[in-house]
Design a protein around this ligand. Structure first.
Ligand code: SF4
Length: 412
């Protein structure tokens, strides 16, 4: 971690209550922002208009103070992480989302991969002696990956390793496979539940507003359909996450609309656990001409989502996508959960031009990353039950002396 990151994190971590009081007494703060700060200090919900005002007017330190206050009220110094592994059945896809760097068109399918059930189970078996708690399954959309394939896959995984939490597929896949099978969303999600699906990841949400969605992800499920499938899953008593792909052609009002739809559904069902802002990357896709957001904008966005989404317990950052330094900084701007592969690798992030081209950290490295910014690392399972509290944990490697060995004194 560079010195600048270290100093900034430490300044922002200083007594969040005191910082908020100073902000409230500031004479130079815009009146809209004073009113928002008052709401935050009283634990009141901010409006959609307030959220837009934060995007348009609030500077980074102000957002940091507000988001960090909420973050510490909810979680103290805790930072969660999860040990999982990723399986991607295919990267060939029927759809042509313009931001996607990961998929290959059907006419170029020879450049991609298409795994069978046996291939997928071989991957699962590779982790038999690993302390992972979750398998995360997403990929492209192709006809052979249908209801039968996925229900068979979930059953096989559970037969092989019943304690492994299956977090799989997004409404993009579900919408397609249920339509193809001519069954309703309700019938389809019930089949998935019975086959062993435990939770749903947050992907495929992109930006819900059709003005933007139709341009970047036309043809796949609409925003309403995405929300409806999560709602049905929540009604079955199950949990899921939500994402937002930001920093491309959308405007601030589209981000507010997106989060507003999520907040409304969460008020209704309470089924979302975590909100994950996903930074648009411009490498190897049809939007390479669109500039990427800056680190400051990334941090502002984390902070605003923390302030606005009062009914979401967790805000997560994907460290492989934004890089380790920004991930550490995000822990002072509302983020309480770090995700990304640990003791493992995946191709999704590096193919999209993410910061980390070799996105692999050991558990020890991740724990150190969290400790260095004054936070407390906790390994969780998918549902945020504590697996290991790493606060006082000493790794074998920590015991080894890493300084210079003294040289023998030689008398001339
Ligand atoms: S984002 Fe998903 S649905 Fe869109 S092209 Fe890529 S893999 Fe296919």
């Amino acid at each position: 971690m560079n010195l600048c990151v270290y100093l900034l994190v430490n300044v922002l971590n200083m007594n969040s209550q005191h910082k908020l009081s100073l902000l409230l007494n500031s004479k130079s703060l815009d009146s809209d922002l004073v009113s928002i700060a008052e709401k935050v200090s009283l634990g009141k919900r901010i409006t959609d208009g307030d959220c837009l005002a934060l995007y348009e007017k609030a500077d980074l330190p102000t957002l940091g103070i507000l988001a960090n206050y909420i973050r510490e009220s909810k979680h103290g110094d805790t930072v969660y992480f999860n040990r999982n592994f990723h399986m991607e059945p295919t990267n060939v896809c029927l759809y042509t989302c313009s931001f996607c760097s990961y998929s290959r068109l059907i006419k170029k399918r020879s450049e991609g991969w298409e795994y069978s059930l046996e291939d997928m189970m071989d991957i699962v078996k590779k982790y038999d002696d690993q302390p992972v708690t979750e398998v995360h399954i997403v990929g492209g959309v192709l006809p052979q990956y249908d209801v039968q394939f996925y229900t068979d896959l979930f059953r096989l995984i559970k037969e092989h390793r019943s304690d492994l939490h299956i977090k799989a597929l997004t409404p993009v896949e579900y919408h397609y496979i249920f339509k193809k099978a001519k069954i309703t969303y309700e019938e389809g999600m019930k089949l998935m539940d019975e086959a062993g699906l435990d939770s749903m990841p947050g992907g495929g949400a992109e930006i819900f507003h059709p003005e933007i969605r139709d341009q970047i992800a036309g043809g796949k499920c609409s925003g309403e359909e995405w929300l409806r499938i999560h709602e049905i899953w929540h009604e079955l008593g199950r949990r899921s996450n939500a994402t937002m792909l930001y920093g491309h052609i959308e405007e601030f009002k589209h981000r507010v609309h997106h989060m507003s739809e999520l907040r409304k559904l969460q008020d209704k069902t309470g089924g979302f656990q975590t909100f994950i802002p996903l930074k648009f990357r411009n490498k190897g896709n049809d939007m390479s001409h669109v500039e990427e957001s800056t680190v400051v904008e990334d941090l502002r966005n984390y902070a605003i989502s923390r302030i606005y989404l009062d009914n979401f317990d967790h805000i997560k950052a994907y460290w492989p996508m934004i890089g380790r330094d920004t991930a550490q900084l995000s822990l002072a701007f509302g983020v309480d959960d770090l995700d990304g592969t640990i003791d493992d690798t995946t191709k999704i992030y590096s193919m999209a031009g993410s910061e980390e081209q070799n996105p692999s950290l050991t558990t020890q490295q991740l724990v150190q990353m969290i400790r260095r910014v004054g936070r407390k690392p906790i390994e969780r399972d998918t549902l945020y039950n504590v697996v290991t509290d790493f606060e006082g944990h000493v790794f074998e490697d920590d015991k080894k002396y890493k300084g210079y060995l003294s040289l023998p004194v030689v008398n001339n």
